[in-house]
Ligand binder design. Structure first.
Ligand code: FES
Ligand code: FES
Length: 210
């Protein structure tokens, strides 16, 4: 769950209609998904709420993305997923459902996995944003990425960036996760190709290296 989700003192006094609708959307989807047994937990997809009210109109903000300060001019209604893709050019973060149900857009905010499609970019000012581009690259794969390759834990790869980041959030917080911990960590990430057994295998492999 994002850092601020349960902290009512941090909630903006005048939330936008979009953030209200998004909050409503994730709650409704969570109820439906849980009822159908599709998603074990939507914690990672809770919308982030910030302490500042910005706008209306385009506002200049500085985001801390993968260790670098990035200056962008954004609409207060722009999601982090939109800004990462369209303004910062980081396309590794995928958008699947755009409503908090699939986890493809997972990024880390101050080390915690959140859905960037459910997070307003203006709410991420002053937080550390980590995308898949910050985890590793072709010449320097993260151990989780290496383990995914060795375990053949991907098919089409669409869910993989989000999966890797959810796994990273878990391992950074808990280097020796149980099977249950691993399942819970990726329970908000849907893989339509059904690679879960391989993902669990990869995670166990990485955990044994620690
Ligand atoms: S949860 Fe964000 S794109 Fe599906
Ligand atoms: S590998 Fe295709 S959706 Fe997960």
């Amino acid at each position: 769950m994002s850092k601020n989700h349960n902290d009512s003192s941090d909630k903006p006094s005048n939330p936008s209609r979009r953030s209200f609708m998004k909050g409503f959307g994730v709650t409704s989807l969570g109820a439906v998904a849980a009822g159908q047994g599709l998603i074990g937990s939507l914690e990672a997809c809770a919308p982030a709420t910030g302490s500042k009210t910005l706008g209306p109109g385009i506002v200049p903000v500085t985001l801390r993305v993968n260790g670098k300060n990035v200056r962008v001019n954004i609409e207060p209604s722009a999601t982090l997923a939109e800004v990462l893709h369209e303004q910062i050019g980081l396309t590794g973060t995928k958008t699947g459902c755009d409503r908090g149900a699939c986890g493809a857009c997972t990024v880390l905010l101050d080390g915690k996995a959140v859905c960037s499609c459910m997070t307003l970019a203006v709410d991420t000012v002053d937080q550390k944003i980590e995308t898949i581009e910050g985890v590793g690259d072709d010449k320097r794969l993260h151990p989780i990425q290496q383990a995914f390759i060795e375990s053949d834990a991907m098919q089409c790869g669409f869910c993989t960036p989000g999966m890797v980041l959810s796994c990273k959030a878990l391992l950074d917080a808990n280097p020796n996760p149980s099977d249950s911990d691993i399942r819970k960590a990726v329970s908000g990430n849907l893989c339509r190709c059904g690679t879960y057994p391989k993902i669990f295998q990869a995670m166990k492999q990485v955990a044994q290296l620690k």
